[in-house]
Design a protein around this ligand. Structure first.
Ligand code: GLA
Length: 348
């Protein structure tokens, strides 16, 4: 049933481990966080969609059908409207109000939170309950790929849509099977610090890394780098060899991290975070001096492990802290929170 109003919340995410594996049909272990984006939508008459970004105090207005492309946050809004329409939903003209508390460009996936909240709210207006969350994640990824220009995989969208307060999600990007992994931390805490360097997947080296993986895969004649053997990888030219080595090592570390969490062996998780960071820095080459400084600072303050998180080239750094070790000033403790959902009260 169509509604005059709908509102939706979608969270950002932390990725515990499994970086740059999603678009290589690999494994990752994210959890949704409490912070996110809320979109309130009100159906209007006519053919114009208007949007207000509360935190930026900026507006946009565009035609409901065939909105022209644009840059920045407006690309997400136009893309969400257009992709919902292309997927066959009769989204009406609407006023949209967007508000959030995930810091933008900080590697906590403010982008996925925005596109997922937008799509859920728009579909809420047409009375669509979105039971097929995998299809919705694909739709949201198209917003990011085709409208924002970042050739990202589906890590962030799936984490935002499937998040659960109980723990993390083991995602297999070949089958898109998602297995809950409870986080029994026994007083250990995860915390993030901002490296201070903003990052944007569309303009960083992210798309180049993805293209390098695609070249390596094509050279090896396999379906995905997940299938590469160590011997095949050793025969690749640099830097493709290093990129593929990272992907293989990182997939293995995800499996080890899940086993360590199930055994409540948090020191082992810390060691795996460090190994993931070394690989992202040395083999995948997505770290930067500000990110290195943030990682070093976390370790100096007693983190049992620390690593860059998300696409890299800036953003946030994740650290794991043992019971009794205080998190440093400016660090934000992160815990799993619920996944994206419609809100009962769409306000005026
Ligand atoms: C960004 C992308 C994800 C994923 C990570 C790296 O967050 O949006 O799809 O590729 O980088 O793991």
């Amino acid at each position: 049933m169509r509604s005059e109003r709908a509102a939706a919340f979608a969270p950002g995410r932390v990725n515990l481990i499994g970086e740059h594996t999603d678009y290589n049909q690999g494994l990752a272990l994210p959890f949704a966080i409490a912070e996110g984006v809320t979109v309130q939508a009100r159906a209007t008459n006519g053919e114009i969609v208007s949007a207000h970004a509360v935190d930026l105090d900026e507006d946009d207005e565009f035609p409901l059908r065939e909105p022209p492309g644009v840059e920045g946050w407006r690309a997400f809004v136009r893309g969400a409207v257009a992709e919902c329409g292309r997927a066959g939903f009769e989204v009406p003209a609407a006023d949209l109000r967007i508000e959030g508390d995930v810091p933008r460009g900080s590697g906590l996936s403010s982008s996925a939170a925005l596109e997922v909240a937008l799509c859920l709210a728009l579909l809420g207006l047409v009375g669509e309950t979105c039971n097929d969350r995998i299809a919705l994640a694909r739709l949201c990824a198209r917003v990011e790929n085709d409208w924002v220009g970042a050739q990202t995989g589906m890590l962030d969208q799936l984490a935002s849509l499937f998040g659960a307060a109980e723990g993390a999600l083991l995602i297999d990007f070949r089958t898109l099977a998602i297995v809950p992994v409870p986080l029994r931390l026994g007083g250990w805490r995860f915390a993030v610090v901002d490296s201070g360097e903003r990052h944007a997947n569309a303009s960083s080296g992210y798309n180049e890394r993805r293209a390098e993986c695609e070249r390596a895969r094509t050279l090896l004649g396999i379906d995905s780098l997940r299938d590469a053997s160590a011997a095949q990888v050793a025969g690749l030219p640099q830097p493709l060899r290093a990129r593929a080595e990272h992907v293989l090592g990182e997939n293995a570390r995800v499996g080890e991290a899940v086993a360590a969490l199930r055994a409540e062996d948090l020191p082992a998780v810390g060691t795996l975070l460090d190994a993931s960071h070394a690989s992202l820095r040395d083999l995948y080459e997505v770290s930067t001096p500000p990110v290195e400084r943030a990682v070093t600072r976390l370790r100096e303050r007693g983190a049992a492990g620390a690593r860059l998180m998300g696409g890299g080239f800036g953003g946030s750094v994740l650290g794991l802290f043992a019971p009794g070790v205080p998190t440093p000033n400016g660090a934000r403790e992160v815990r799993p929170g619920p996944g994206a959902h419609l809100l009962p009260d769409a306000i005026d």
